[in-house]
Design a protein around this ligand. Structure first.
Ligand code: GDP
Length: 313
């Protein structure tokens, strides 16, 4: 039972996912939240992490700290993506074990599944085939994180579970065009194209790959739901259950932003995997479903993008 006074550590609380988990916990009146900025605690520093967890002894951990990025960042910073993710998760998961923290929610990603597996993707398809090349190092690190959780549960008295979100978007997203995912990139590009009076919007790849998009507050709701339910083990896909082509996504973003130019495809950029739609029936059976429709979520994300622009200017 997750008590409202339970001490809950959110690793990565300044990121898009961690900050959404904080919003969700605060909204539900959880009053004992533990956070540390990167300046206060370097999650790549094993001893610092072990000491912090031993001293604070949280009862629950949401592990949302990670090196993340879009197709280009994953493909080009391959060493950094595998190293930082392996180290951060190993430090926190082993540190949790040493400090006697029993409950942990590990945030993975839908890219852990084989590139060519049947759609929609069920949790059982993990490790049944080769991975997508563009984000293989990141995926391998995340698979290691899932296996850390499973192995600690089987050897020790822990209750660690993993969740696999589909592509996320929402407040606090990364809008840097070199490292971002497609949805924030298109919001920014469409906004700047409208502001600049451009006639074209450049979309990477062929526009044909299909992706599923989950509003980050829905993800946070699912993470807290599973912790409250006390699932304590296993792997859970979190998505909306439907996907769109990148071309369709670009059209919706253009409508929301109010840019009516032409879409131009840049075929020098990779498509990545052609489809990765999650099967979300495991979570549905437990009684959870995403509630934010894509268009409404894009409107909310765009409003957040605009308010951040206004704050900076
Ligand atoms: P992925 O889901 O891991 O492949 O990551 P992304 O969200 O970065 O990319 C999803 C798809 O959107 C890929 O096919 C990209 O080529 C395509 N895409 C189209 N335009 C953009 C863009 O401006 N930025 C990014 N990151 N992807 C884009």
């Amino acid at each position: 039972m997750l008590a409202k006074t339970a001490k809950i550590y959110i690793a990565g609380h300044r990121g898009m996912v961690g900050s959404a988990i904080i919003r969700r916990l605060q909204q539900a009146d959880y009053g004992n939240l533990l956070v540390r900025t990167r300046q206060e605690l370097d999650l790549l520093d094993q001893h610092a992490v072990f000491n912090f967890l031993r001293a604070e002894k949280p009862e629950y951990i949401f592990l949302a700290a990670a090196r993340v990025g879009g197709i280009l960042a994953n493909n080009t910073s391959r060493g950094r993506f595998i190293y930082e993710n392996l180290i951060i998760q190993a430090n926190i998961i082993h540190g949790a074990y040493l400090a006697g923290v029993r409950n942990l929610c590990f945030l993975g990603s839908s890219c852990i599944y084989p590139r060519d597996c049947p759609q929609p993707i069920r949790e059982e398809y993990l490790l049944t085939g080769p991975l997508e090349q563009t984000n293989e190092p990141y995926a391998i690190a995340k698979i290691a994180g899932i296996k850390l959780c499973e192995s600690y549960n089987s050897q020790y008295d822990s209750r660690f579970f993993s969740i696999m979100p589909t592509n996320l978007y929402g407040p606090n997203d990364n809008y840097d065009l070199a490292t971002s995912h497609v949805l924030p990139a298109l919001i920014r590009k469409a906004h700047e194209a409208r502001q600049g009076g451009d006639r074209e919007l450049v979309v990477w790849g062929s526009g044909r790959p299909r992706r599923e998009f989950l509003y980050v507050d829905d993800l946070a709701d699912a993470c807290v739901f599973l912790m409250e339910k006390g699932v304590g083990e296993g792997l859970y896909n979190i998505g909306v259950g439907t996907d769109v082509t990148i071309r369709e996504l670009a059209q919706t973003v253009m409508e929301v932003v109010g840019f009516s130019g032409e879409i131009v495809f840049d075929s020098s950029k990779p498509d990545g995997t052609l489809r990765k739609l999650l099967d979300v029936s495991r979570l549905k059976q437990l009684g959870w479903q995403a509630t934010t429709p894509l268009r409404q979520g894009i409107e909310q994300a765009y409003a957040d993008y605009l308010s951040n622009l206004n704050q900076r200017s």
